[in-house]
Design a binder for this molecule. Sequence first.
Ligand code: DSN
Length: 421
Amino acid sequence: MREFAADWETLKSTDPEVAGAIASELERERTTLRLIASENYASPAVLAALASTMNNKYAEGYPGKRYYGGCEFVDVTESLAIERAERLFGAEHANVQPHAGAQANMAAYGAFLEPKNQEQKVLGMVLAHGGHLTHGSPVNFSGKWFTFVGYEVDKDTEVIDMDRVRDLSLEHRPKMILAGFTAYPRVIDFAAFRTIADEVGAIFMVDAAHFIGLVAGGAYPSPVPHADVVTFTTHKTLRGPRGAMILCRDQHAKAIDKAVFPMMQGGPLEHCIAAKAVCLKEAMQPDFADYAHRTVRTARALADGLAEEGLRLVSGGTDSHLALVDLQPIGMTGADAEKSCERVGIALNKNAIPFDPLPPATASGIRLGTPGPATLGMDEPEMKEVAHIIGEVLREPDEEAVGDRARARVRDLMKRFPAYP
Ligand code: DSN
């Protein structure tokens, strides 16, 4: 058989405009330091699976029970993805079809909650304190269709106050309690959440999108033994294709599968699912554990370095892949800091901090993460250097010479740790 894989030369001759933008994106990725906590570099093997002819296949249903013929090979890859996800995370059941994190969360809510039923509350972290858009924000389907009650971090410690979570649970008797955040640097006490969920008879759901790769590599506590359902995206710390998965206990398997298909989605993206299987295999290798530990170690080094530069870390530091900086003491907004860093080739994002007086589009903080640099092999010394560059840039954002020097140092760093060499 003659094998076939997507071909770059064909794309260039068919559509030079798109090929040009893709080539520019590659160049940007090679010359920019990626500190966006939710981004990473998928491996060539993952990218190859994405560019495969499995893109062409319709396969509504699940392996062995499809609504289309010709599914024998997508059944192989989807079954591999399911088995690997269950094995890697010690889960009773995995659904690998969600197209994205929002769809995974939508399916998890759909499995357990009736929309517009105000009696069925969900207790989730408010967005400004580290929650996600899909955790009850009023502009999102979650807040429009479901009744969320928000919890916040403690004002002094900036970590979750489990007594407060318990008090709110006893007051509101939620049908579901949700943990797992997008801008929370600390470990989450999943066992304590479980105890509270049991006390009020709630389903315990964890959105593990940000830290699931760290769980796979043993560098962050696993929510799987404690939660009824765990959703996550596959392209952040797990370093796979864009997409998502759901893990759950056996007793919820039918409800979750039905909520993904046919309730929320139609045809699964089988090329993405094949790529998910590849990323799970990669995450089972010993070097992935090294990667996960390096990610946390470098995030700590970055946070410590930023503190040495005089910046204030929300909650005082990090136990995970990300750090959140409060810029109020230096009188800068998150939006301005994001722009200043971008000018010198550092990609990070403005982020609301707990009790932020500014709107999210401006924000008082920046979020920085190390999943990307850790993939490139950077370690603690490089993060010290990066912290120093950021410190200088934020101290003198309008000083051209400072910007030029920072840009040169970032380019040099990216040359020493090349992306897609
Ligand atoms: N947008 C992602 C993040 O940056 O955290 C979450 O979905």
